[in-house]
Write a protein that binds this ligand. Structure first.
Ligand code: GLU
Length: 416
């Protein structure tokens, strides 16, 4: 089953709960993407050859505002994946309460195999070819898997250049360097938000993060910050993985030392004081919280029964399949759904968007305070809805989000 099948199945489950409140055609309308765009990039790389690269943009829904969502660069991303991720952004933005719709981009390339120069050329080629689809009032990209702050700076520069201007007016891209109008705290926002939601959920369950055992899958932007924040909150991170392998240290991994080790070697494996462990076996280690913060589709019907975590916090988008979700719910494992758990990134993107309009730089302290408040407040809302209506946290989060988007569609009125 593909990411899109999963995303649509999650939607269908919730739509069936809302059939009495909204006409079926409205629910059908918000399930479908507005636009699926396929681009052909042809950057001239440093080896003197043109490389043909496919790229995709999906504008899923803009009832609440301009489509928002990151640019994913992986060798196997598909247009359908981008549609699934754009759909998820629609729910995420609605749930976290920012006036954005959902969008996403994908570039079919492997960032690890590109030199810094060639990645820049590819990103600029994307910005140029996608320029008709990127605008503060249409679609605003951000970092996602395989892209980062530097890439967002290049997107902003490429757009300014094409417009023949020194800079852009309004926010065309978020997650860019602070010196180019980015916001302090954006890079860490997703990981910090993940840990805030875990802490709130543990507190609600009468437990504490202090002394808790955590397992983190992924050591990219989300996984690395989550691991660091978990340690700062007093938790012990007993295992961490990346695409190359996994490591375990039952006494707790020194995340600071790991960050230095990854900067030097490019992988988590080989950290002094930790031993190698099978990445698949890592997902079933007994722990208080398991944070999948890497690819989608990691917890499936095949391994959900063996998961021994008490709580799963979805740092990644779509890490749990609908079948796995059922198994985990039946087993009483708390699943903190992606559209809530990892929404800190897009929430701070919204702060960056408003900052750029108001031309007043926010401080890091303000950003972190707002982020923490919003994550806590939305977690409470999801939890209350779940207990009032006997739903899982995912169903509750999706119900709130889909209801919001459907209400916006109805309020706008139907076009002839
Ligand atoms: N790529 C991130 C996500 O999946 C952030 C998107 C954004 O800030 O627009 O939520």
């Amino acid at each position: 089953m593909s990411m899109l099948t999963h995303a649509e199945a999650q939607f269908d489950r919730v739509a069936s709960l809302l059939r009495d409140d909204f006409p079926p055609e409205i629910l059908d309308k918000i399930k479908m993407p507005r636009e699926r765009i396929e681009l052909r990039l042809a950057p001239l790389l440093s080896n003197g050859h043109v490389r043909v690269v496919r790229a995709f943009i999906v504008h899923h829904n803009s009832a609440l505002g301009p489509c928002k969502g990151g640019v994913r660069m992986t060798p196997d991303v598909t247009l359908d994946d981008v549609q699934a991720l754009a759909m998820e952004m629609t729910w995420k933005c609605a749930l976290i309460g920012v006036p954005f719709g959902g969008g996403k981009s994908g570039i079919v390339a492997s960032p690890e195999t590109l030199s810094a120069h060639d990645k820049e050329v590819l990103i600029r080629s994307f910005a140029r070819n996608a320029s008709r689809h990127i605008h503060p009032l249409l679609y605003v990209p951000a970092p996602d898997m395989g892209t980062n702050e530097r890439d967002m700076g290049h997107i902003k520069d490429a757009i300014s250049y094409s417009l023949g201007q020194a800079t852009t007016q309004g926010c065309y891209v978020t997650g860019k360097p602070v010196i180019l109008g980015g916001i302090p705290g954006r890079r860490e926002a997703t990981g910090r938000g993940v840990v805030r939601v875990i802490a709130a959920a543990m507190e609600a369950e009468g437990r504490s993060l202090s002394g808790a055992k955590a397992v983190v899958q992924g050591f990219g932007n989300v996984g690395a910050v989550t691991a660091q924040m978990l340690v700062e909150a007093g938790a012990r991170v007993i295992a961490i993985s990346d695409i190359h392998g996994a490591i375990e240290a039952p006494g707790g991994i020194d995340v600071g030392a790991l960050t230095a080790h990854v900067a030097a070697t490019g992988r988590v494996s080989g950290l002094a004081g930790a031993r190698a462990i099978d990445p698949a076996a890592m997902l079933t280690l007994p722990c208080d919280v398991l944070v999948p913060a890497a690819a989608g589709g990691q917890i499936t019907a095949a391994n959900a029964g063996a998961v021994r975590a008490k709580m799963i916090a979805e740092g990644a988008n779509g890490p749990t399949t609908p079948e796995a979700d059922d198994i985990l719910n039946a087993r009483g494992v708390t699943v903190l759904p992606d559209i809530l758990c990892n929404a800190g990134g897009v929430f701070v993107s919204y702060l960056e968007y408003t900052q750029e309009t108001q031309k007043e730089q926010m401080t890091r302290e303000d950003v972190l305070r707002w982020l923490s408040q919003r994550m806590t407040e939305r977690y409470q809302r999801v939890r209350e809805t779940a207990s009032a209506r006997s739903l899982s946290l995912r169903q509750a989060a999706m119900t709130i989000a889909v209801r919001e988007v459907a209400a916006a569609v109805m309020a706008r009125g139907l076009l002839p």
